[in-house]
Design a protein around this ligand. Structure first.
Ligand code: TXD
Length: 322
């Protein structure tokens, strides 16, 4: 082999195992490889499905100019030594369903996926996407027995980016100039915090009246359901996969980014033994620290109500596993 080719093939990428090759899993895989964040192993239970998607994505490799690679598989052995395991396997909502309606069936799928993936990648960081998100993240932590720093859930970036879009559309400015914050569980009880939303540092409370802000907050809470209703056949996946890709890059590139993630609380925000969305510093060790922002009494109460609902569903999920 000539020296040039040798050095080209010697380049080592990180490895991300994406479990579930449905809409979110395959779109996330595409984003990861097109941005050269890592190599991907895409796994699904349906024979041929991940292999077909991988071959299709690899066929675009020369056109897109990407260096990283993807393989599809039905076998957990192929996910061995992944740096990050992403769990997207499970059912998605259909119109009229809440995220909690997916509880029992997804609990079984996620618990099994987490257990099998851990066997081959004991050093991985686990990123959970399957709904109901905060419950499935707790379950993954329980099943794997990993330090809580290495298990997290994706939802807060998505919810924040929806609020960012709605504010941008209302003000007629670019989304990128808007910074938003949404705490709490990924469900109807999520807690968008307008006080902490700014347009290039200017609080939105100075630019929009209360009733307009309330409408944008409500649309954010229902953002997922609005898309499910329009699609009729499943849920959102473009923005969810973008959100997960940002978290994966933050971890693999040790970026110390401050991003919302569902993380294990041990006294922060007055809450214990629950996974809930809060701002975290993400780096190569996973969740490296949690930022506690000050909350008003009513915001605190809303966060605790959201945590209570997650806890109740965790109990139901664990009971459903028998
Ligand atoms: O913000 C968030 N966290 C979310 C969560 C945003 C969007 C979607 N969210 C949830 O992700 C959604 O409610 C679902 O619970 C998951 C996956 O959503 P997706 O839209 O990708 O669902 P699909 O298209 O139905 O794909 C699910 C895939 C499908 O290919 C199945 O064959 C596979 O999961 N599946 C499995 N793979 C491996 N192992 C097992 N046991 C398994 N069971 C199903």
């Amino acid at each position: 082999m000539n020296a040039f080719l040798h050095s080209a093939t010697a380049y080592q990428f990180f490895k991300v195992a994406v479990i579930g090759a449905g809409n979110v899993g395959r779109t996330l895989a595409q984003r990861i490889i097109e941005k050269n964040v890592a190599d991907v192993v895409l796994l699904d239970i349906v024979p041929g499905l991940p292999q077909g998607i991988a071959l299709d994505l690899m066929s675009a490799r020369g056109i897109e100019g990407q260096d990283s690679q993807i393989v599809g598989t039905n076998n957990y052995e192929d996910t061995a030594d992944a740096n990050i395991v992403v769990i997207t396997a499970g059912l998605a909502r259909r119109p009229g369903m809440s995220r909690d309606d997916l509880l029992a069936i997804n609990a079984k799928i996620v618990a099994e996926a987490a257990e099998k993936a851990l066997k081959y990648s004991p050093d991985a960081i686990f990123l959970v996407i399957t709904n109901p998100l905060d419950v499935m993240t707790y379950l993954t932590w329980k099943v794997t027995g990993l330090p809580s720093q290495r298990v997290m859930g994706m939802a807060g970036i998505l919810d924040s980016s929806r609020l960012q879009l709605f504010i941008a559309m209302q003000l007629g400015v670019c989304s990128a100039d808007i910074s938003t914050m949404v705490l709490g569980g990924h469900g109807d009880l999520m807690l968008p915090l307008p006080r902490y939303c700014t347009v290039r540092g200017v609080p939105i409370t100075e630019l929009l009246d209360t009733s307009t802000i309330d409408q944008l907050v409500e649309r954010t809470r229902n953002g997922g359901a609005e898309i499910v209703k329009l699609l009729q056949t499943g849920g959102a996946y473009y923005a969810p996969s973008s959100s997960a890709c940002v978290m994966i890059a933050a971890i693999l590139r040790n970026q110390s980014r401050l991003l919302p993630a569902a993380t294990y609380l041990q006294g922060e925000y007055g809450l214990e033994d629950v996974f809930l969305g809060v701002p975290c510093r993400l780096g190569c060790h996973g969740v490296e620290s949690i930022l506690e922002v000050s909350l008003t009494e009513s915001e605190k109460e809303a966060l605790h109500i959201s945590a209570q609902s997650v806890r109740k569903n965790v109990e139901l999920a664990i009971a459903s596993l028998g």
